[in-house]
Design a protein around this ligand. Structure first.
Ligand SMILES: Cc1ncc(COP(=O)(O)O)c(C=O)c1O
Length: 391
């Protein structure tokens, strides 16, 4: 491999959430942190060089996103996901979470029902509850060989809901939704005028053998009835640069949304996010290919380890994302007991499952495998030492 993903980087004391907030989150500053979704890998050298070059210019004044910026994103999406996005459809948002919160505010009213599909990324829940909208859970079903949408329930729920926030691919269960699944979901939403917000931040992290389907690319009508969010932040480890893209083919929706974002002055962003995103989108193909190969190696390692050493821990191999969603319910322990064992005895900092859905996530942990193999090995060692009893 040209790029070194084995390199251990000390992130302590960089104001980084993953390492420097361990005491606050886990009540233990020594947990091995494998939670928040950024990577322990270096941002690619060519991206860092571009940012450093820009930083060397002595003025950091207001800037704008030019044609070259949107062209880099457009070409990336076309090259990797075969979706021909028109440049006018794209606009800057400072983050995907910020972006879908603004969509909730711009297109729904307090009291409106919004559907999400737990277990799902916690800010999906907050984007609805914190603005006085009504959460509707279309909980995913685990049929034994992986999670699926609950279409029967969705048909009923879309009769009264205004919006659905789709996680495509899905965090934390790692599903890369098939074309047929998305077509059915889209048709159900179209039929009932439910606006689809498709969070596609993990779309580039589709693992070997799978293919991402941008929701809006599947049908002209879906394109007119959706807002897609894309970012280079997960793919190239740029989350601290707060730079993402809203893609809105429908002119009327786009105008409403962009007016909303501009009224909040949220459309400016920072210079470094522009430079980093543009460079990553233009030059990142080879790096991403190697990243995915490495992450797949980590996933295979954990899968084999758990199967061999900790058979009570149930999981499905992810098809996308660098996360694994692990089910510890086989231990018959309470949520509190599990949390205590994980954080205080095993000293492992995984995400707590119930943050992704009180019921759907109870007894689960999400583990972030975007880290050097040595970290993964250490985590498995710690896990076995505490959970390897009574096999
Ligand atoms: C599904 C999903 N959406 C959005 C985000 C965060 O996006 P941003 O940092 O652009 O707000 C994450 C981060 O983990 C995520 O998993």
């Amino acid at each position: 491999m040209k790029y070194d993903f084995d390199k251990i980087i000390n992130r302590v004391d960089t104001n980084c959430v993953k390492y420097d907030l361990r005491q606050q989150v886990f009540g233990n500053p020594d947990v091995l942190p494998m939670w928040v979704a950024d990577m322990d890998f270096e941002t690619p050298d060519f991206v860092r060089e571009a940012v450093i070059k820009r930083a060397e210019h002595p003025v950091y004044g207001y800037h704008f996103k030019d044609e070259a910026y949107f062209e880099a994103i457009r070409k990336w999406i076309l090259r990797h996901h075969h979706w021909n996005v028109h440049k006018d459809w794209m606009s800057f948002v400072p983050g995907v979470v910020c972006g879908f919160n603004m969509a909730v505010l711009a297109f729904t009213q307090p009291g409106d029902e919004i559907i999400i599909q737990p277990p799902v990324y916690p800010p999906f829940h907050h984007a609805i509850s914190s603005h006085g909208r009504k959460l509707v859970y279309n909980t995913l079903i685990d049929r034994g060989d992986g999670y699926e949408f609950n279409f029967d329930q969705l048909v009923e729920q879309t009769k009264t809901a205004k919006m659905l926030i789709l996680c495509n691919p899905h965090n934390p269960v790692g599903r890369c939704w098939t074309q047929n699944e998305l077509l059915l979901l889209g048709e159900i939403c179209m039929k009932n005028n439910v606006l689809v917000i498709s969070d596609e931040i993990h779309c580039d992290l589709v693992l070997p053998g799978y293919r991402h389907h941008p929701f809006a690319s599947l049908d002209k009508e879906f394109a007119q009835n959706s807002i897609t969010f894309h970012a280079a932040s997960k793919t190239f480890n740029l989350a601290g640069l707060a730079t993402s893209t809203a893609i809105i083919p429908n002119e009327e929706l786009r105008k409403t949304y962009v007016d909303y974002v501009e009224a909040l002055e949220a459309h400016l962003g920072n210079i470094f996010g522009k430079v980093a995103t543009q460079t990553a989108m233009n030059q990142g193909d080879e790096w991403l290919e190697q990243l995915l190969e490495y992450v797949q190696g980590n996933i295979d390692y954990v899968s084999d380890f758990l199967t061999e050493n900790l058979p009570k821990v149930k999981f499905h191999k992810p098809q996308a994302t660098y996360m694994m969603w692990l089910d510890f319910n086989g231990y018959g322990l309470s949520e509190e007991e599990l949390w205590h064992k994980m954080t205080q005895e095993a000293q492992l900092g995984f995400n707590r499952g119930k943050d992704f859905g009180e019921e759907a996530g109870s007894g689960f942990f999400r583990i972030n495998l975007a880290c050097p193999r040595a970290t993964v090995e250490e985590a498995m060692k710690r896990l076995k030492a505490v959970f390897g009893y009574g096999l």
